[in-house]
Ligand binder design. Structure first.
Ligand code: GUN
Ligand code: ZN
Length: 432
């Protein structure tokens, strides 16, 4: 592809705004009229157009009209659940039994998995999401289907076969088959394209002690593999975990006892955590994918940003589709603000954008590759249209940057994504 440049208004976060002074603005990297220069999909220069124009005068330059931000990074999403969104009536455990497990059983058919994988990746791009940590199903080929589709689209996708030897009939593996299939997948896909593997025990309640212990051994053997699971999402789930493991300090301690808590561990939700667990998350380097849309939909509660920040817990943002009601991390960032406010905390629009980009990248261990539009990173970015709807157009007219960004988060969604670029190539363009 050679050298290519993009001229437009660029915004990214270079660190967590929480760590960048009282107003966090030290974390904001912004060029009102900027230039991003890309060679073979990698960013080789970024700065103010006036500073870089002479150096790159010969490079073909594309004008981007809108606010350009890093591609969104969904730190927790289930591809097999996209056709189960908006299932009425239940909190977590009943919702799983009634709606989700039956839907996941259909993945016994490889063709069904292929179909959903394609639809899922298209939906990610439509929403400006260029990287994701994804739950598949218990079926080995559910991961093959997703990885094949993501490889062809050159997307950065991390996934793994779900381990659940104590799941419902028809959706159960065994310690031995779970281990063998995880190893086969890792062997088959290691080092290909932009794919990564995550060992994925569904949650404490669907794996035996033996499977959780085997997962710990697998992780210790494979230092490049992430651990991806659910943690302390729902009060009834927490009560069931406490009843099954009466000897542990708390829910996180269950995973800890099996060697599943470390710097490569990504836990979805973490709504109901004692302070001890926050200390342990921080000390171990593990982190949480915050999923506000899902938490509201399943009546799980509101994530406690104040508590997490007191302990310095690493955070990213997840849609958690199909409990989540939107693929849009822009919209989910707006919901994160509302979840924080429900507990009297404030989330700035810049921090919300950080969570959807660099925060998630750090959580997933891919911040050297994506998340901040820095030199040396892959050129995944989104062009946001601040006038995507009549209401947005009114609200973003002549507004300062923070207000425009906040309006996009609260009032925007996939409609505000004009284009999505993967490795410097346009992979999605809104037609209307
Ligand atoms: N806990 C265990 N499985 C699931 C799931 O599929 N979705 C959510 N939101 N929580 C879970
Ligand atoms: Zn989930």
């Amino acid at each position: 592809m050679g050298l290519r440049a993009y001229r437009g208004e660029f915004l990214s976060l270079s660190c967590d705004p929480r760590e960048a002074g009282p107003d966090g603005e030290g974390a904001v990297r912004y060029e009102e009229d900027g230039l991003l220069v890309v060679e073979d999909g990698i960013i080789v220069a970024r700065g103010h157009h006036a500073d870089l124009a002479a150096r790159f005068a010969q490079v073909p330059t594309e004008r981007l009209s809108g606010l350009v931000v890093p591609g969104f990074i969904d730190a927790h999403v289930h591809y097999p659940q996209m056709d189960s969104m908006a299932a009425h009536g239940e909190q977590l455990l009943d919702w799983l039994e009634r709606h989700i497990f039956p839907a996941e059983m259909a993945f016994a058919e490889r063709a069904h998995a292929d179909d959903l994988a394609q639809a899922f990746l298209t939906e990610l791009l439509r929403n400006g999401t260029t990287s994701a940590l994804v739950f598949a199903t218990v079926h080995e080929h559910s991961v093959d289907a997703l990885f094949e589709a993501a490889l062809a689209r050159r997307m950065r996708v991390i996934s793994g076969k779900v381990l659940m030897d104590e799941g419902p009939e028809g959706l159960r593996d065994s310690v031995a088959s779970g281990r063998a299939e995880s190893e086969a997948l890792l062997r088959r896909w290691r080092g290909r394209g932009r794919l990564g593997y995550a060992l994925t025990p569904r949650f404490a309640l669907t794996s035996s002690d033996a499977q959780l212990a085997d997962a710990g051994a697998f992780l210790a053997d494979h230092p490049e593999v992430l651990l991806h699971t659910h943690l302390a999402e729902n009060v009834h789930e927490c009560a069931a975990v406490a009843a099954r493991f009466p000897e542990v300090a708390d829910y996180l301690d269950v995973y800890d006892r099996f060697g599943l808590v470390g710097p490569r561990s990504v836990f979805a939700h973490g709504i109901h955590l004692p302070d001890r667990a926050c200390t342990r998350l921080r000390d171990s380097g593990a982190g949480i994918a915050v999923c506000p849309s899902s938490n509201l939909f399943l009546g799980s509660g509101h994530f406690d940003f104040g508590q997490a920040d007191r302990y310095g817990v690493k955070l990213g943002l997840g849609s958690d589709v199909g409990a989540g009601t939107s693929f849009s991390l822009l919209h989910t960032a707006g919901l994160a603000y509302q979840a924080a406010l429900a507990r009297e905390d404030r989330l700035s629009p810049f921090r919300a954008l950080y969570l959807a980009t660099l925060g998630s990248a750090q959580l997933l261990g891919i911040a050297d590759k994506v998340g901040a539009l820095e030199v040396g990173q892959e050129a995944d970015f989104v062009v946001l249209d601040p006038a995507a709807t009549p209401l947005l157009a009114r609200r973003t007219q002549v507004a300062p940057l923070a207000q425009r960004l906040f309006a996009l988060q609260v009032l925007g969604d996939d409609r505000a994504v004009a284009r999505t670029y993967i490795l410097g190539e346009c992979a999605w363009e809104r037609t209307a």
